[in-house]
Ligand binder design. Structure first.
Ligand code: SME
Length: 164
């Protein structure tokens, strides 16, 4: 269990485990599901983890791990923090969701959020969206780790977006 910001050995362990589960998963969908489950299990300040795929002008939820389902299973590009990160092609960290009018509320318990675009061939094909029940939970280390994970799962998310 990683407490607070993942330190480098935890980070490398997490990345190794993502590589392993990708290699061992029978389908891209299964690999994505196992990735969200791993993040929920291993990082204490990650409360809800979702992976969206870009389909047309929408982000479509392909998999999530967390205590409850979200009603935002389809988000138009440009809408909410998720839609904005996809258009800007950059990671967005919101330290206090109550102070950000762009935020689309999903869970009353969420206090901060990070959205990391997943890119393939220079194009955004999806994103990782993580909510935390802690205020200002996300920092540079989360960004770095999640951007590496995004790179690793990019081919899988691209396939999911193309196939479904
Ligand atoms: N809060 C997000 C919407 C997705 S939910 O957090 C699952 C946003 O502002 O885009």
């Amino acid at each position: 269990m990683i407490r607070g910001m993942p330190v480098s050995h935890d980070r490398h362990d997490l990345l190794r485990r993502v590589n392993k589960l990708i290699a061992e998963s029978p389908t891209p969908q299964e690999a994505i599901q196992r990735t969200t489950a791993l993040l929920e299990e291993e990082v204490r300040h990650y409360s809800w983890i979702g992976i969206y795929a870009v389909k047309g002008d929408e982000l479509v939820l392909t998999s999530y791990s967390g205590p409850s389902a979200t009603e935002h299973t389809r988000i138009k590009l440009g809408v909410g923090i998720c839609g904005l990160a996809a258009l800007q092609e950059k990671t967005i960290i919101v330290p206090d969701v109550r102070k950000d009018s762009r935020y689309l509320m999903c869970f009353p318990s969420t206090q901060s959020e990070i959205v990391v675009p997943i890119k393939s061939g220079g194009k955004v094909v999806g994103e990782i969206d993580i909510d935390s029940d802690e205020i200002a939970a996300f920092g540079a280390s989360d960004k770095e780790t999640l951007e590496e994970i995004a790179e690793r799962i990019a081919p899988l998310v691209k396939r999911i977006a193309e196939e479904t």
